[in-house]
Design a protein around this ligand. Structure first.
Ligand SMILES: NC(=O)c1ccc[n+]([C@@H]2O[C@H](COP(=O)([O-])OP(=O)(O)OC[C@H]3O[C@@H](n4cnc5c(N)ncnc54)[C@H](O)[C@@H]3O)[C@@H](O)[C@H]2O)c1
Length: 361
């Protein structure tokens, strides 16, 4: 199969859909891989790295789309890419269709085969192509939170790990899923004192067994959250209600209960946020302050660490890319029900149940 890797053109997107390791694997199966010139630069991969493993470098995005039967990307196509997409071309990327009727209509019009990373779903309901980005965001939440706790950027002026003779900072994590656990591990690694909350007791029991002793589990309810926020320095929001908006676990009035300079990081901002005062921010201007509480609410946290994020993402996408390339999309989806869940729009028809109703009034 002919596979194309265009350069991401969405604002501030430095990830790339395939690394040289992916090209290497595809070449072993005798596929042809076209990579747009400089596509990998933002993630640390040069054109010559791709050429060395057999990719053909093309100068323009138009040539990549025109030459390829399958396009492997990171972000959803933006308006200038719509008309480059051809009938029957497989587009394998994050789409997040439900958040854009315009994109959905454009892909229907183009009659492409749209396989969305975010809906590829294992039998147990986990989302294998979303997990790595949650892992990145969870770990980053502590790195960013620790930085914004510094006084010059209006934080409390606390070193999370403390020093001999001075107690460490206290971290509260709401949600003990992928984001929450990665955040807990990072915070514990820094020596902070950590509390992680969830409503899933089975999950809390398991984490109580496997996390270090200075990570305490707590059942999440409003009373308990109100108590904990008074004493914690860094609060991470990592809750998710599948298919729904994040619940507002920290309301505006609760900010007054926190110590001035407390930092709150709402990782769930991409699902509307779990703090009432959350509004999406960017890496250019990541924080704002309300009632002396520093809010960090970047909707695309992994974008700041494209090298790590590209590797983490392509580690999990490559097997599917190989399967589609070797068997064709139809046969690949027939034999792999996890991948089949990724099919959203096929030759002008919406085939993903939830998307059928996404834009009903
Ligand atoms: N900002 C970013 O860049 C970025 C990147 C990756 C993921 N995310 C977002 O982070 C959020 C978490 O993702 P995840 O992969 O960890 O999800 P997950 O499904 O693995 O975990 C969510 C957890 O929240 C818990 N939960 C639900 N309601 C709760 C409540 N009332 N109190 C406490 N816990 C509750 C669930 O039981 C679950 O354990 C999602 O909204 C995801 O989209 C954001």
């Amino acid at each position: 199969m002919k596979i194309g890797i265009p350069k991401e053109i969405k604002n501030n997107e430095n990830r790339v859909g395939m690394t040289p390791a992916g090209v290497f694997a595809l070449k072993k199966h005798n596929h042809t891989v076209y990579v747009q010139s400089t596509a990998g630069e933002g993630s640390g991969f040069l054109d010559k790295d791709y050429e060395e493993v057999g990719a053909i470098i093309l100068p323009t995005i138009e040539e990549v789309y025109a030459s390829s039967e399958m396009i492997v990307k990171v972000k959803e196509p933006i308006v200038s890419e719509y008309d480059l997409i051809q009938e029957d071309q497989v587009i394998f990327t994050y789409f997040h269709f439900a958040s854009s009727e315009e994109l959905t209509k454009a892909m229907i019009r183009r009659k492409a085969i749209c396989i969305a990373y975010e809906t590829v779903e294992d039998e147990d309901g986990t989302l294998p192509l979303l997990t790595p980005m949650s892992e990145v965001a969870g770990r980053m939440a502590i790195q960013q939170g620790a930085k914004y706790l510094e006084k010059p950027i209006k934080g409390r002026g606390i070193l999370l790990g403390g020093v001999p003779g001075v107690a460490p900072g206290k971290v509260l994590i709401l949600g003990a899923g992928v984001v929450g656990v990665q955040a807990a591990k990072m915070a514990a690694g820094l020596g902070a004192s950590v509390t992680i909350m969830d409503i899933n007791m089975k999950r809390l029991r398991y984490l109580n067994d496997v996390l270090p002793n200075h990570v305490v589990t707590a059942f999440s309810n409003e009373y308990s959250i109100r108590q904990h926020i008074k004493t914690h320095d860094l609060i991470i929001g990592g809750v998710l209600v599948k298919g729904g908006k994040a619940p507002k676990l920290i309301t505006r009035d609760m900010l007054k209960e926190m110590k001035p300079g407390t930092v709150i990081v709402d990782v769930a901002v991409d699902q509307g946020g779990c703090f009432e005062t959350t509004r999406p921010t960017t890496h250019q201007d990541p924080t704002y302050i309300i009632d002396d509480v520093v809010h960090y609410c970047v909707a695309n946290m992994p974008g700041a660490v494209p090298y790590t994020s590209t590797l983490a993402l392509t580690n999990v996408t490559l097997n599917y890319v190989l399967k589609i390339a070797n068997l064709g999309w139809r046969e690949a989806c027939n034999i792999d029900k996890t991948l089949e869940k990724g099919l959203n729009i096929v030759k002008g028809e919406i085939v993903y149940e939830e998307l059928l109703h996404a834009f009903e009034a």
